[in-house]
Design a protein around this ligand. Structure first.
Ligand code: Q9C
Ligand code: ZN
Length: 672
């Protein structure tokens, strides 16, 4: 199943017709450079081109008032002076004789995307649109937005397809207040937004954008705001919020559809956002959402004003939607203090609504720098303030950043090493290697108890890992007699062949000897129900769940809040996922794990399963091929003893692993 790309040149055919400092960045080239880049990289060709359509009055009225629609309808016939006048009612937006037409196409594009995904024509997709939508309100244009494309799409999807829950992820650097206002009392639409806030000093300067605006009445808990109080947020800050806030809530919510307000002004180089996340972070943000809602994800362009960072980010997003492995994320040096303060506050504000956050710390008692500041009351005061703080008109300093790393999509996606008589699922390659007698002898010396059959398997495994190193094969699955022996063999091979780091994830009680293995070349995370006593090393992390992995909620919590951040910070070049019988893990949770882990190590995951687990070959192979895992359903509260144990573990490890932090150090320093 493919990826839809929706674009129409018509949406480049309006522009700012007068001088307006606030609006001059919203240019037609935003769309042309994005689309050109998709064409030039060959990504556009790999997508299913879906035509736009005009949203109908009925579509638009799902969100907007009749008076407002009627007003906008007249704009094509206004003179320049009248257009300026019309524009003046609203903030930071401009009108043009062709913008009504484009706004109908933008909203219609979002609806076409929803239709393509909901009818199963494609798995997911992206719509490149202008004007953007998330600031526009029931009766007002705002922030370059005319109609609220994504809000309309959410209402439309619920109405037309009868779906119960929609998740809207707004990773644009501005707060989509229009989306918030539309759904703030509606528990069926969960709205998440992070945004530059600076204690309410940044546009749109709303009290409503702060972390304590959690939704109203029945919708309380279904509006999640992450205010950034400093500029310069980086990859670590974004990933921390995903792992410790958005994903746990999203999995608990269990959406039927994910809509993304995909603005890229949150990337480095953007003059509005002034953040420092690299364009390739969007590959990870996208990937991390792709196993929700059975993979039904619709991304709709919002902001993004640095043309270079914009097209790079768009390509990263689309390439990930197409299923190509994400590049290894760079510079994950942990979240900054200000980001941690924000994260802490949001988690505290939402702990009463989400069982995954029950254990989150309460609001910080120290003098939080997230306190709101007094806004200047008048423009004169504002000017005074500016002079005091020496804030000059910022010269558009051109920031340089490296091109996003090359993304490999190996000629063979998934190779399986299966005993004779076990069928190879469609789409995978059955892996066979001829025995290399020299290697067999070497292995025989190391594995004295190995049978001839075992040695053949180990030999093939070694060859498989080598092909993964060379990016000839993406990922693999081996069904073996002895998972522990196979794990040791792969790790030993990986250690000698210049593999820098291997993340070993064990589900069940495979015993992996750790003698002299705490040199950082491997990180072992083991899920089981065996109490293991003291934490011994930062590179050996036993995760004990009372019912093993059979409690899906506890397991999911451990994967999202512990394994993923550890994995991202460790940044392995290979992930070994070993599974032994009796783990109690259901197929859906296993597939979620397999899917999520492929965001690491450029998708190089090698799954090792005991022969007795052969019923699981099909589901595993499908996850490795990039098919979205089935939803886990709405999650109940995890066992309190598991939550406590996980929290203890996280606290114990956060000195060594910065991505595990969810609160700022008490000093609340000013430094980044
Ligand atoms: N420098 C979108 O990204 N101007 N809209 C703010 C403060 C309005 C952004 C001025 C920015 C609107 C969709
Ligand atoms: Zn924006």
């Amino acid at each position: 199943m493919g990826t839809a790309l929706i674009y129409d040149e018509e949406m480049t055919k309006y522009k700012l017709l007068w001088i307006d400092r606030a609006c001059k960045i919203e240019v037609p080239e935003r769309l042309t450079v994005s689309h050109d880049a998709l064409v030039k990289t060959g990504l556009a060709d790999r997508c299913v081109a879906v035509p736009v359509r005009e949203a109908t009055d009925a579509d638009i009225l799902l969100v907007h008032s009749e008076e407002y629609l009627e007003g906008v309808k007249k704009t094509p016939y206004l003179t320049l002076e009248e257009l300026k006048e019309f524009t003046l009612q609203y903030g930071d937006v401009y009108f043009h004789p062709n913008i009504y037409h484009c706004a109908k196409l933008a909203a219609g594009a979002a609806l076409q995307l929803v239709d393509s995904v909901m009818t199963g024509k494609v798995r997911n997709g992206m719509a490149l649109v202008r004007p953007p939508g998330h600031h526009s309100m029931r009766s007002a244009a705002c922030g370059f937005c005319v109609f609220n494309n994504v809000a309309i799409a959410a209402r439309y999807a619920k109405q037309k397809y009868g779906i119960k829950r929609v998740l809207i992820v707004d990773w644009d650097v501005h707060h989509g207040q229009g989306v918030q206002y539309c759904f703030e009392d509606d528990p069926s639409v969960l709205y998440f937004s992070w945004h530059r806030y600076e204690h309410q000093k940044f546009w749109p300067q709303l009290r409503d954008s702060d972390y304590d605006c959690v939704g109203k009445e029945k919708g309380a808990g279904f509006n999640v705001n992450v205010p950034w109080n400093k500029v310069g947020m980086k990859n670590s800050d974004y990933l921390s919020v995903f792992c410790h806030l958005l994903l746990p809530i999203a999995y608990e919510f269990s959406p039927d559809l994910v809509l993304v307000c995909a603005g890229f002004d949150s990337a480095i180089g953007d003059p509005e956002g002034e953040m420092r996340a690299s364009p390739d972070i969007f590959a990870h943000l996208t990937h991390l959402l792709m196993n929700l809602a059975g993979g039904k994800l619709c991304a709709v362009l919002e902001g993004g004003y640095n043309l270079t960072s914009l097209h790079q980010s768009v390509c990263q997003t689309v390439q990930t939607l197409l299923g190509d492995p994400a590049p290894r994320p760079a510079n994950l040096d942990g979240p900054c203090t200000s980001a941690l303060e924000s994260l802490h506050c949001v988690r505290a504000a939402h702990r009463q609504y989400w069982s995954c956050l029950k254990h989150a710390a309460e609001l910080p008692s120290y003098d939080i720098s997230t306190k709101r500041i007094k806004l200047p009351d008048s423009e004169e005061e504002e000017e005074e303030e500016r002079q005091k703080t020496g804030e000059e008109e910022k010269s558009a300093e051109e920031e340089a950043w490296p091109e996003p790393p090359k993304r490999f999509s190996p000629p063979v996606s998934t190779a399986l090493l299966l005993p004779e008589g076990v069928a190879c699922p469609d789409g995978c390659q059955r892996f066979s290697s001829s025995d290399d007698p020299v290697l067999v002898n070497k292995l025989r010396e190391k594995f004295l108890v190995a049978s001839d059959d075992d040695l053949t398997t180990l030999c093939s495994l070694t060859a498989l890992v080598e092909k993964m190193e060379k990016h000839e094969i993406g990922n693999g699955l081996a069904l073996v007699r002895d998972v522990s022996m196979a794990t040791v063999c792969v790790v030993q091979h990986a250690a000698t062949a210049h593999r820098d780091r291997v993340l070993i994830v064990c589900v069940g009680d495979a015993s992996v000897p750790r003698k002299g293995a705490d040199d950082g070349k491997t990180l072992l995370v083991q899920f089981s129900n065996k109490e293991s006593g003291e934490q011994k090393s930062k590179f050996h992390i036993p995760v004990c769940l009372h019912k093993g992995c059979s409690d899906v909620s506890g397991f999911t919590q451990a994967v999202l809040g512990l394994l993923l951040p550890l994995g991202y910070e460790y940044d392995p070049s290979l992930v070994l996922l070993a599974r032994t019988p009796g783990s109690g893990l259901c197929d859906a949770a296993w597939q979620q794990l397999t899917g999520l882990l492929q965001g690491l190590a450029q998708g190089h995951t090698l799954v090792l399963m005991q022969e007795a687990e052969k019923a699981c070959v099909g589901p595993t192979a499908s996850s490795l091929l990039g098919v979205a895992a089935p939803p886990l359903g709405k999650l109940h509260a995890p066992l309190p003893e598991d939550v406590e144990a996980l929290e203890r573990l996280r606290l114990a490890l956060q000195a060594d692993w910065k991505l595990l932090r969810t609160t700022a150090p008490e000093t609340g320093g000013e430094e980044h």
